[in-house]
Write a protein that binds this ligand. Structure first.
Ligand code: BTN
Length: 243
């Protein structure tokens, strides 16, 4: 397998070709999320890295980021949106790109992208007063043999002739196109990619587990879980199916 070259020039060229007019750089860093948050940029910028020694995942977890994967963080202004609204937005952008690559992708609430029930992409969103930092890690050529029961790469499912610069440009083009649409339009697409309606699940929220049946998604993108306490609105957590 040949891993494509990802450097600042190839990324810049791919973004330009896709009409994505933002600043970009491929940087050597332990986490693009951390790097982006320390960068104090003044315009939309994407930072990518060929690997990360301290990749950050949701809920304080580590995100293993070996060479061959596609790791990037977009810095963009929060503007008048809710910072939380960016989670469905990025998830839909990645899922749509997968669909465009003829891949049958699903979104695992809130923002994992799965193929055949295995994780192909993780997304992390952090915000401060002015900017949101949207971190995306996509398994492309990276070796997942140690976690092959839960994770899959684009290479594993037969995608060839793709470069990571092209993937970043495709996701960002989709992101900026979707950003022009209303949040309710984005949520409608988000719901179509979800695989959990009517399913019995357990939501793990650190010390607490909540069980119930998924009865919908709120207008903010939160999970609605019905159990004998009524309808619970869940903003964050990890879900597993319980039947
Ligand atoms: C998750 O699955 O828990 C979220 C993973 C997010 C990983 C991406 S890779 C690029 C960016 N840099 C990081 O350190 N994390 C995000």
């Amino acid at each position: 397998m040949t891993i494509d070259a990802l450097d600042s020039n190839t990324l810049k060229a791919s973004l330009e070709k896709n009409g994505v007019g933002i600043a970009s750089a491929v940087v050597e860093c332990s986490s693009t999320q951390q790097y982006a948050r320390n960068s104090h940029v003044e315009r939309d910028t994407v930072f990518a890295s060929i690997s990360q020694s301290e990749g950050k995942g949701r809920l304080g977890r580590k995100f293993i980021s070996a060479e061959g994967g596609c790791y990037f963080t977009l810095v963009t202004e929060v503007g008048n949106r809710s910072p939380l609204s960016f989670v469905p937005l990025v998830s839909v952008a990645v899922a749509t790109v997968m669909t465009n690559y003829a891949i049958d992708a699903q979104i695992k609430w809130p923002n994992d992208i799965l193929v055949n029930g295995k994780k192909i992409c993780g997304i992390l969103s952090n915000a401060d007063d002015k900017y949101v930092y949207l971190g995306v890690g996509i398994n492309v050529f990276n070796d997942l043999s140690a976690i092959a029961d839960i994770a899959v790469s684009l290479y594993d499912i037969g995608v060839r002739n793709i470069t990571r610069a092209q993937i970043i440009a495709d996701v960002l083009k989709e992101f900026y196109t979707l950003k022009e649409r209303s949040f309710s339009d984005i949520l409608d697409i988000y719901k179509k990619y979800l695989n959990i309606y009517g399913k019995k699940i357990v939501v793990n929220q650190g010390a607490k587990n909540l069980e119930g049946i998924v009865c919908g998604i709120s207008p903010e993108g939160f999970l609605l879980l019905e159990n004998n306490e009524g309808i619970n609105v869940i903003m964050n957590g990890d879900i597993t199916f319980s039947d």
